[in-house]
Design a binder for this molecule. Structure first.
Ligand SMILES: [Zn+2]
Ligand SMILES: [Zn+2]
Length: 135
């Protein structure tokens, strides 16, 4: 029996299921992923065997291909949330880790493209942690 994962976008217009296991989990600090996510890095799961099924809202899904690169961003046209996408001519499923509503066992394999990380992205594990919104 294959592992089942389910996910959705922020506004709830799009829901999907992924059946199968993830092989890689990368935190990508490249400049494209930083722009794309508005954050220090993207967090993407990859699988060459898992299958993606849109449960609803597939008509809300848009894809942006950054010209002359392999960077491809799939998102909900209503709320902008990152969504899964078939990459590499449909051979590799990319699932943004934050789009999943179910827990998964795999831990990140690596921080990648750290040569182009943001200048403030340094020793973040030493930044104070606050459980909720600071007062
Ligand atoms: Zn949405
Ligand atoms: Zn990247």
């Amino acid at each position: 029996m294959s592992t089942q994962h389910s996910g959705s976008c922020l506004c709830g217009a799009v829901r999907f299921e992924v059946a199968g296991d993830f092989e890689r989990f990368y935190l990508c600090h490249c400049s494209h992923c930083r722009k794309d996510t508005g954050s220090a890095h993207a967090a993407n799961l990859f699988s060459s065997t898992a299958t993606l099924r849109w449960l609803w809202g597939q008509d809300q899904v848009r894809v942006f291909d950054l010209p002359n690169t392999r960077h491809r961003h799939c998102f909900c046209c209503r709320c902008g949330s990152a969504l899964p996408d078939m990459q590499m001519n449909g051979t590799l499923l990319k699932v943004p880790a934050g789009s999943l509503d179910t827990d998964f066992a795999i831990r990140p394999d690596a921080h990648i493209f750290v040569a182009s990380k943001a200048n403030w992205d340094e020793a973040l594990e030493r930044v104070p942690t606050v459980a909720w919104l600071p007062t």
